[in-house]
Design a protein around this ligand. Structure first.
Ligand code: ZN
Ligand code: ZN
Length: 304
């Protein structure tokens, strides 16, 4: 099992000369077999940001009919708005299963259809010729052919699932989706709450962060939202994204083998991302035993 990146940017596409090395497409990656673009005869994509358009063009070169699974971390635009441009969805005979977190006010299928409402897009979901099924998920475990999938709620302003996937050889992969550390937002200013509340809330926060490191434990490849520098995080707390310090520290605590920095901030150009990668590597080397590999995600990169 390997991961191939089709879109690595967060929030909004950022084409242009200053982002050409890492790429400007939003979130999309593919898990592929060791020697095959499929796993168990099916294609597996995670998230459907603008990077999925290129992924779809690549899949169209493959033998038909296509069987495709798409795991959605959450329904923010940068994670789903490439789907209307995913060509296999227009091809009769294609089977697409889309999995994502359950919403209490709308089903996953309604959210996907909503972005193809005529106010936003000229083609409706009724014109998608593929056989498309939606699956609303909570924290759970299930099998996709030879892969075992475990989902875990992450901390983001909308319900978000991280996915841990293990193949038949035991190799494991995690994609966090968008996430920031749990923190006590009720008593954030240190005052206002009574002491017993503060302790209760802090215990819950600590437990959630502990569970997350447990979820990451020993994984071979961790693809993690590392949108911010530590300094930037201070002014973006509550926006739902982590810093390089957060993800390096989790990876070290959980004994992760490879950490892939992902969901690059739209204001970060190629040179800035180079500097953040270097910074993260130095932190990993300084705090760990030197075995953690740290790499920036970029379009077309394949991580083994
Ligand atoms: Zn995002
Ligand atoms: Zn998001």
């Amino acid at each position: 099992m390997k991961v191939r990146f089709w879109g690595v940017r967060g929030s909004i596409p950022t084409p242009g000369p200053s982002t050409v090395r890492y790429g400007g497409n939003t979130t999309c990656m593919q898990l592929v077999g060791q020697d095959s673009p499929t796993i168990g005869g099916e294609y597996l994509l995670l998230d459907a940001g603008t990077g999925i358009r290129e992924a779809g063009l690549e899949l169209m070169k493959m033998p038909k009919p296509l069987r495709i699974n798409i795991l959605i971390t959450h329904t923010h635009m940068d994670h789903i708005n490439g789907f209307p441009f995913f060509v296999p969805a227009f091809v009769p005979g294609t089977v697409i299963n889309i999995y994502g977190p359950v919403h209490y006010e709308k089903r996953l299928e309604e959210i996907f259809a909503g972005q193809m409402d005529y106010s936003y897009f000229p083609i409706s979901t009724a014109q998608l010729a593929a056989d498309i099924k939606f699956h609303d998920l909570k924290e759970c475990e299930f099998d996709l052919g030879p892969l075992h999938v475990t989902t875990h709620y992450m901390n983001h302003p909308v319900l978000t699932l991280g996915y841990r996937i293990t193949d038949s050889s035991g190799k494991s992969f995690i994609f966090t989706g968008d996430h920031e550390p749990y923190y006590d937002f009720i008593n954030e200013d240190g005052g206002g709450g009574i002491d017993s509340d503060f302790e209760d809330v802090q215990a819950i926060v600590d437990e959630q962060n502990r569970r997350l490191v447990e979820f990451f434990q020993g994984v071979d490849i961790l693809v993690a939202d590392a949108a911010y520098t530590p300094e930037e995080y201070l002014t973006h707390k509550g926006w739902g994204h982590s810093s390089t310090d957060h993800v390096v520290d989790w990876a070290l605590a959980a004994g992760v083998k490879k950490l892939v920095l992902f969901h690059h901030e739209p204001t970060h150009n190629d040179d800035k991302l180079d500097a953040m990668e270097q910074y993260a590597r130095e932190r990993a080397a300084g705090k760990g035993d030197g075995s953690l590999v740290v790499v920036n995600a970029r379009e077309s990169l394949v991580v083994d």
